[in-house]
Design a protein around this ligand. Structure first.
Ligand code: ADP
Ligand code: ADP
Ligand code: MG
Length: 648
């Protein structure tokens, strides 16, 4: 058989782009599909052709198997690559693709079904001689029976939805007293998320490490491409992955690799798949201390770390095997070279419990020296419809220590403006002492969450740089516009950052250098030779101004909004008696009642606008005469919110 001439990619975002990259290299033409929300998305512009398939909701587009198959037929594509998520593990879709005379680039419907439910998969693996987590995975779902099973297993236990995925429908239970409540909530969540409330009970493995093995099959035989350690998780979701696993021994690797290959061959697996194991990390890695958790019958998000250490392009292998070629390598041909990390960059608000965020990425820059797999460009929108992933950053080095330093550098060199991201969190995690030692387990993030998740605060030097940016003073030293020979140019600006307003006064000297006063601090700031100097020392900071906001990238990224001076005057009351909304927004809180005595500077209310919270403060001392809004109200710019008593 011959390599495909044209394939359709039934996905979006970074994985669609990543598949297109390999197709281009192999001379395979590509067809993208897109929803209304993705009309000008990166994957659409990268593909040779693109077909619109429906509305923004996944159910109206990326999950519409029939529309996708019709698009493949209309464009003459011979095969469909499902990416991950969406239809990638849907056996009904595989059957429909094959019935339409097309090739599904992935395993058979039968293999997907065999691994689709965790209970049946565990039973199958037991028969195949693969160690499974001790527990109960039978059909009896009677709560009394399940709680008896938990007693027999011994606490702590883990309740898992058999149809589960993405960490949903999973509850850890410490004691028998907590079992019923946890069971009810796990079953409820499973019923809503998967339409199937059946659960299994597992022994909760202590100091658990998540180590998975990449496998690849041709339908009969399989090889493995070593392991990935995905123990850095928050709420059972992977954050940073690496390959190989720290502390891995040759004996353990051989045992896990063989078990994974047995699992794949037991179901006649074809294509790329991952066998996930939970490992007891409490006494080091031991060949009797790993157990099968589940098999993901698709390409996995974190596959690039395996590509980095093996030199294999897994998508190329997928295309070759799906087009009828034999397995491209024998086990003994495969080798590990160095160490690799992947960090998942998300638009999310980490201090607010990893809340997904949206926004237009006004500025986006990825570092040199790292592979950045992304589905967005500067100016693109992170929409509320899909996963808020911005990119995956992948680094490779000869040793783990070198690769980790490269990861830290890659994260430091990544710049995003326009949305909150988890970048600072990733940087802190990359610098975590236990992680550096390779002492990882799935509880690491939760143990140090407060330190890892805290938002970095901009120091006065960062604020001074932001002020320069806000005033457009980002050019080379030299005559500044509006500069007069006989007196320094003096300008002031108000910035807001994380609910706080920052007032800065900038005096530009005839030399072009400036004195910036922020709060009690004063800094000399100059720009020369393309570099910023603060108090005489060159700093590796970059200032980017866009759309009324300024970002300073200096170690971390700090976003500031430029506050309209008129709004400042209005909000401060400027001695007047009425506190007005400086911009349209949502009143988040009102802190005073009529009759309250206030002092100039007191916080009276909080307005949420432009994705920021703005404190509205009293412009003078006085007594509250009237509160004109309630928390929760949507207000227009200039709306009167609070009235202070008239001054005599
Ligand atoms: P798991 O966490 O089960 O081991 P992965 O780490 O490979 O699996 O993550 C796959 C998950 O990514 C899917 O289950 C889905 O929730 C999410 N996803 C689906 N489609 C996309 C996409 N286009 N971009 C980013 N994430 C996606
Ligand atoms: P999902 O389908 O949601 O990916 P998994 O069964 O793969 O569910 O489990 C997700 C995560 O939950 C694992 O990566 C691991 O961190 C944790 N986990 C699962 N089973 C156990 C267990 N028996 N003991 C301890 N932790 C577990
Ligand atoms: Mg899993």
């Amino acid at each position: 058989m011959q390599m495909f001439h044209k394939i359709l990619i039934a996905n979006r975002g970074e994985i669609a782009c990543r598949v297109i990259d390999t197709c281009r290299r192999l001379g395979v033409r590509t067809v993208a599909v897109y929803s209304d929300a993705d009309r000008s998305a990166r994957h659409v512009t990268m593909a040779d052709e693109a077909v619109h398939i429906g509305g923004p909701r996944p159910a109206d587009s990326y999950l519409k198997g029939d529309a996708i198959i019709a698009a493949a037929q209309a464009t003459g594509a011979e095969a469909i690559h499902p990416g991950y998520g969406f239809l990638s593990e849907n056996p009904g879709f595989v059957e429909a693709v094959e019935a339409a005379g097309l090739v599904f680039i992935g395993p058979s419907a039968k293999a997907i079904r065999a691994m689709g439910l965790k209970d049946a998969a565990k039973a199958l693996m037991e028969t195949a001689g693969v160690p499974v987590v001790p527990g109960y995975h039978g059909a009896n779902q009677d709560p009394e029976h399940l709680s008896g099973a938990a007693d027999a297993i011994g606490y702590p236990v883990l309740i898992k939805a058999v149809a589960g995925g993405g960490g949903k429908g999973m509850r850890r239970v410490e004691t028998p007293e907590g079992f019923r409540e946890a069971l009810d909530s796990a079953m409820g969540e499973a019923a809503t998320a998967f339409g199937n409330d059946a659960v299994l009970i597992e022994k909760y493995v202590e100091k658990p490490r998540h180590i998975e093995v990449q496998v690849f099959g041709d339908g009969t035989r399989a090889v493995h491409l070593f392991e990935r350690d995905c123990s850095l998780q928050r709420r059972h979701q992977k954050v940073i992955e690496e390959a190989p696993a720290p502390g891995m021994t040759e004996a353990m690797r051989a045992a896990m690799g063989q078990a994974a290959v047995r699992a794949a061959e037991a179901i006649g697996y074809s294509g790329a798949g991952t066998v996930e194991f939970i490992v007891d990390g409490s006494r080091g890695l031991r060949t009797d201390g790993f157990w099968f958790m589940e098999m993901n019958t698709r390409l996995q998000v974190e596959h690039p770390v395996t590509e980095a250490i093996t030199g294999v392009d897994l998508v190329e292998w997928q295309l070759r095997v799906a087009s009828g070629e034999a397995l491209p390598a024998r086990q003994e041909d495969l080798m590990i070279n160095g160490h690799a990390f992947e960090a998942r960059l998300y638009a999310e608000d980490v201090p607010k419990g990893f809340l997904p965020a949206t926004g237009r990425l006004t500025h986006l820059r990825f570092p040199e020296g790292a592979r950045a797999d992304t589905g967005v460009r500067a100016g693109d929108e992170i929409s509320p419809w899909y996963d808020p992933m911005i990119a995956k950053l992948i680094v490779h080095g000869p040793t783990r220590a070198v690769a980790l330093r490269k990861l830290e550098q890659a994260l430091a060199g990544t710049q995003v403006a326009g949305s909150v991201t988890n970048l600072s969190f990733l940087r802190r995690l990359a610098g975590h002492a236990d992680f550096a030692k390779g002492d990882v387990d799935t509880g690491l993030i939760a143990r140090d969450l407060d330190t890892l998740a805290a938002a970095p605060m901009p120091c006065s030097r960062t604020q001074a740089l932001a002020a320069m940016g806000a005033l457009g003073l980002t050019g080379e030293a030299g005559p500044v516009e509006g500069f007069t020979l006989w007196s320094p140019l003096r300008r002031s600006v108000v910035l807001s950052h994380d609910e706080a307003w920052i007032e800065a006064v900038v005096e530009v000297q005839p030399s072009g250098a400036a004195t910036v006063r922020v709060g009690d601090a004063a800094h000399e700031v100059a720009r020369d030779g393309g570099l910023w100097r603060v108090d005489g020392a060159p700093v590796a900071a970059e200032v980017v101004c866009l759309d009324g906001s300024v970002s300073v990238f200096w170690g971390h990224g700090y976003g500031f909004e430029i506050v309209d001076p008129l709004a400042v005057a209005a909000a401060a009351g400027a001695g007047a008696g009425v506190i007005e909304a400086p911009m349209p927004g949502l009143v988040k809180a009102v802190f005073v009642k009529a009759g309250a005595t206030v002092t100039a500077g007191d916080r009276l209310a909080v307005l949420e606008a432009m994705k920021m919270e703005h404190s509205l403060t009293a412009g003078r001392d006085g007594v509250v005469a009237e509160v004109l809004v309630e928390a929760g109200a949507q207000v227009e710019a200039g709306a009167a919110l609070i009235r202070l008593e008239e001054l005599e």
